[in-house]
Design a protein around this ligand. Structure first.
Ligand code: ATP
Ligand code: PRP
Length: 214
């Protein structure tokens, strides 16, 4: 009997967009992961289970072997950094853009802008690459609030429809990166379980390609 493979996912859009791809591969969760309080959910395949973790924790679980595979946004993977993961497949789901945003007209000229974000590494890297000085302020969410209360001049956040920015009187200003979710694989798992990990990776990649072409 082979050991159970584990795929880490996060509740919300990653789960919502990944379940149809799993379904196209013939994989169904034993119960609705969005509704369940369980953190480990079996599937119709004896050798595969799902792990439900915070979106920003997916790379950590996969890197440290808590999961063999995972699905995470490119934003989360780049912010996590490190070399402990294979990133073999762009699933093309949960698409959005990492952007600099702020009030109309941007930051006031003549001084170093204060930039609120949960993506501190990506923001620091972006401003440094541009040769621009910036003070980065770490937040864990609702970055749109920071300019409204005068705590920051700009934010670095994910933008899809732009509705959240607009609702808070902000505008998208500069695109940093296009974002989509990737399948990531633990390096040791790929070595110890090349057939099963390889087959699941190929099947999900094919399902993702088929979904994008419809
Ligand atoms: P955490 O719980 O770790 O704070 P989170 O609340 O940001 O994470 P989600 O909002 O579910 O988690 O986002 C998961 C991923 O989905 C993000 O890392 C990003 O790649 C993508 N994403 C985030 N916002 C959007 C959006 N508005 N439209 C499309 N994709 C998005
Ligand atoms: C994400 C992101 C933005 C919003 C952008 O937040 O942090 O706030 O989506 O999407 P839009 O351009 O379509 O409005 P999310 O909805 O995931 O809430 P969160 O702050 O709990 O992550």
């Amino acid at each position: 009997m082979s050991r159970t493979l584990t795929l880490a996912l996060s509740k919300g859009r990653i789960l919502e967009d990944t379940l149809p791809l799993l379904s196209a591969c013939g994989i169904e969760p034993a119960e609705d992961p969005d509704a369940s309080r369980k953190l480990i959910i079996g599937t119709n395949r004896d050798d595969l289970q799902l792990l439900v973790v915070r979106a920003s924790d997916v790379p950590t679980y996969v890197e440290h072997g808590g999961a063999d595979l995972g699905v995470a946004g490119r934003d989360v993977l780049l912010e996590h950094g490190g070399t402990g993961l294979y990133d073999p497949v762009d699933l093309g789901i949960a698409r959005c853009r990492l952007m600099v945003a702020g009030p109309k007209g941007g930051a006031p000229a003549g001084r170093r802008p204060r930039v609120a974000t949960k993506f501190v590494h990506l923001a620091r890297q972006y401003f440094a690459q541009q040769g621009r000085q910036a003070e980065i302020i770490k937040l864990y969410g609702s970055m749109e609030l920071a300019p409204l209360v005068g705590m920051a001049d700009l934010i670095v956040d994910l933008v899809d429809t732009g509705n959240t920015l607009r609702a808070n009187g902000l505008e998208p200003l500069e695109e940093i990166l296009p974002i989509s979710a990737r399948l990531v694989v633990n390096k040791a798992s790929l070595k110890t379980e090349p057939d099963r990990v390889g087959a699941l990776t190929r099947d999900l990649a094919a399902a993702a390609r088929a979904a994008q072409s419809t």
